[in-house]
Design a protein around this ligand. Structure first.
Ligand SMILES: Nc1ncnc2c1ncn2[C@@H]1O[C@H](COP(=O)(O)OP(=O)(O)O)[C@@H](O)[C@H]1O
Ligand code: SF4
Ligand SMILES: [Mg+2]
Length: 372
């Protein structure tokens, strides 16, 4: 693996992680007729105390990767090493202990909070499961601290999720994650379901909490604009694997992978003169089905820089091109130095094939019980 982070600084290391979901058919006997290659070989390392932003189109495998790191989804292959321990092999009590240290904040706070539970019950559930709520007085104090930390009044304890706004519910979701004193928080599209006006407040809250508590974050988003300001480093995912990774400024100022360039060109720039003159790269066609990923470079069906050789035959590995800047493209140097130019791509029709199960849009539901 070509990791670029010194080993002693690493809190989480993901090594050639794969999650393939079987596609079953058959009335009497279930036959596996194919696989959805949701995550198909991801290598990354997250430093203690940093925020790693993970971006990519809907369906590229971000949530599956986040869930696999927390072992909420079984891994098909690969390693997830958390603070020196491979959690892929953990079971029972050991797994439960590791899970306390890694918590998830979900996209839709309404569906991830049980509507029948009061806030008090939501917050104490995890604490009880991990033996952190033994003494009544200490628990009450802890609950007050948690609410203060996320900016909610104490009276919230007796209320139910439907009595709060979307932004407040996400604060409850964050307090629930904090209740068990985790080291790593995987925040899966934490603001995508919120009004634009409250998105910044929740992002600021996450940043404040990180500073106060020394948390490490993996923040998932489908929109590069959301992760730009909070991320130290960013990984861009396409059809199950990373195509580019760099520190946030480098990625924005000097994107090398054609997919990252296209994603960035879709973000409007506030300065109108820059906005009018800058290059817009429109991606042709839809994201191919992860059940039938294209051969070679998975981006070749949509890549404006695609070349005659290698692109549709050899899968490019993520390799370091500048310091801490990894790119999975055979022609990254030629693109960087302007030796090859983009061309028009005709959208290929994506067949609604048999191996394209209608499993998209699975709810990002995670009951608290599931993550204890
Ligand atoms: N439990 C599952 N069973 C089968 N396919 C799944 C399951 N969960 C996710 N998928 C599929 O895996 C792919 C990646 O999904 P997901 O990780 O949710 O992507 P993202 O979060 O980037 O939108 C999608 O094609 C999705 O339909
Ligand atoms: S390897 Fe080829 S198809 Fe893939 S991103 Fe690079 S130029 Fe495009
Ligand atoms: Mg998702």
């Amino acid at each position: 693996m070509t990791q670029t982070v010194p080993p002693q600084d690493v809190l989480l290391e993901v090594d050639d992680l794969k999650v393939h979901f079987p596609i079953k058919r058959g009335i009497v006997v279930d036959r596996t007729v194919g696989h959805v290659f949701a995550v198909d070989g991801v290598d990354l390392a997250i430093r203690r105390g940093e925020t790693y932003g993970l971006v990519g189109e809907s369906g590229c495998g971000k949530s599956t990767l986040g869930r696999a790191i927390l072992r909420l989804t079984e891994l098909t292959d690969g390693k997830v090493v958390f603070d020196g321990t491979d959690v892929a092999g953990l079971k029972g009590e050991e797994l439960r202990k590791a899970r306390r240290r890694m918590q998830m904040v979900f996209q839709d706070p309404m569906s991830s909070l049980d509507p029948r539970q009061s806030v008090e019950s939501i917050l104490t559930e995890g604490m009880k499961a991990h033996g952190l709520a033994k003494d009544k007085e200490a628990t009450a104090k802890r609950l007050r601290e948690l609410l203060a930390a996320v900016g909610l009044p104490e009276s919230s304890l007796r209320k139910y999720p439907h009595e709060f706004s979307g932004g407040q519910r996400q604060r409850i979701g964050i307090a629930r994650a904090l209740a068990v004193e985790p080291d790593l928080i995987v925040a899966d599209e934490p603001v995508s379901a919120l009004d634009v006006s409250v998105q910044a407040q929740v992002v600021n809250l996450l940043e404040d909490l990180q500073e106060k508590l020394g948390l490490t974050y993996l923040v998932i988003a489908h929109d590069l604009a959301v992760v730009r300001h909070i991320s130290d480093r960013i990984g861009v995912m396409y059809l199950g694997s990373l195509v580019e990774e760099a520190d946030a400024d480098t990625l924005y100022e000097n994107p090398l992978h054609p997919y990252t360039r296209a994603l960035l060109s879709a973000i409007p720039v506030p300065d109108p003169t820059v906005e009018d003159s800058r290059e817009q790269i429109l991606l042709a066609g839809d994201l191919p089905s992860p059940a039938r990923p294209p051969s070679g470079c998975r981006f070749h069906t949509r890549c404006p820089w695609k070349q005659q050789s290698l692109c549709d035959t050899d899968r490019p590995q993520l390799r370091e091109i500048g310091t801490g800047h990894r790119v999975a493209c055979h022609y990254a140097e030629d693109i960087r130095d302007g030796r090859i130019k983009p061309h028009e791509v005709k959208a290929e029709l994506v067949e609604a094939g048999e191996l394209n199960p209608d499993v998209g849009g699975l709810p990002d539901v995670g009951s608290a019980a599931e993550i204890l």
